[in-house]
Design a protein around this ligand. Structure first.
Ligand SMILES: C[C@H](O)[C@H](O)[C@H]1CNC2=NC(N)=NC(=O)C2=N1
Length: 190
């Protein structure tokens, strides 16, 4: 499995022979090879590659930090989700499609977002330095979205991320999307 992951990276070929075998973490879920993997890679790095390594390690920190800090919350997720599903049946006002006036007010506060009339949705396009930056951002948004039980429609091509927010249960834009857009803006501005 390690070879399958590493093989496409030409600069890592010299490391194949002496890399540690993959070990599972305490809960047996995440392969623990990447610390060693990054350290070894640093050892053979050429001057021109430094920038990419720094970006890679920064991307990893963004992901891991958020995951570890919020691990307790993540363990609670299934229970919260069931609670939210019950609230929705009762008619959560956050889930109702916004009126035109409320939408206009909300969009005033979200200058980076465009309104998509055909979908009754809001969209934002982002460009990052490279794929690692883009995917680090997407990972943070994914964890946040999962906790909120509200998920973006999105597309990623290398360093570009296109996001569309709408509430499927409401058939259009709701306060949940506005909250999500604000949270996404906060991550971008971090
Ligand atoms: C069953 C689950 O609660 C629903 O499907 C959630 C999940 N994520 C969601 N995300 C979005 N964008 N809209 C929804 O209506 C929605 N509903």
């Amino acid at each position: 499995m390690a070879d399958e992951i590493v093989e496409p990276h030409a600069s890592l070929h010299p490391l194949h022979q002496d890399r540690l075998p993959i070990q599972m973490d305490a809960i047996g879920q995440r392969p623990r090879f990447h610390r060693r993997f990054l350290a070894d890679r640093s050892a053979v790095i050429q001057a021109g590659q430094i920038e990419r390594v720094v970006e890679a390690e920064r991307g990893e920190r963004l992901v891991i930090r958020l995951f570890l800090d919020d691990q307790d919350d993540i363990a609670q997720m299934p229970r919260e989700r069931r609670g939210q599903a019950r609230d929705r049946v009762a008619g959560d006002p956050l889930d109702r499609a916004l009126s035109e006036t409320d939408r206009a007010d909300a969009l005033d506060g979200l200058p980076e977002w465009d309104y998509d009339e055909a979908r009754d949705a809001i969209t934002r396009s982002l460009v990052f330095a490279d794929f690692v930056e883009a995917f680090g951002f997407m990972t943070q948004v994914a964890l946040m979205a999962e906790k909120a039980n509200h998920h973006p429609e999105w597309k990623n091509v290398y360093n570009r991320v296109e996001i569309l927010l709408t509430t499927h249960d409401a058939g259009g834009l709701s306060h949940r999307d506005i909250d999500m857009a604000e949270a996404i803006d906060a991550i971008v501005d971090e």
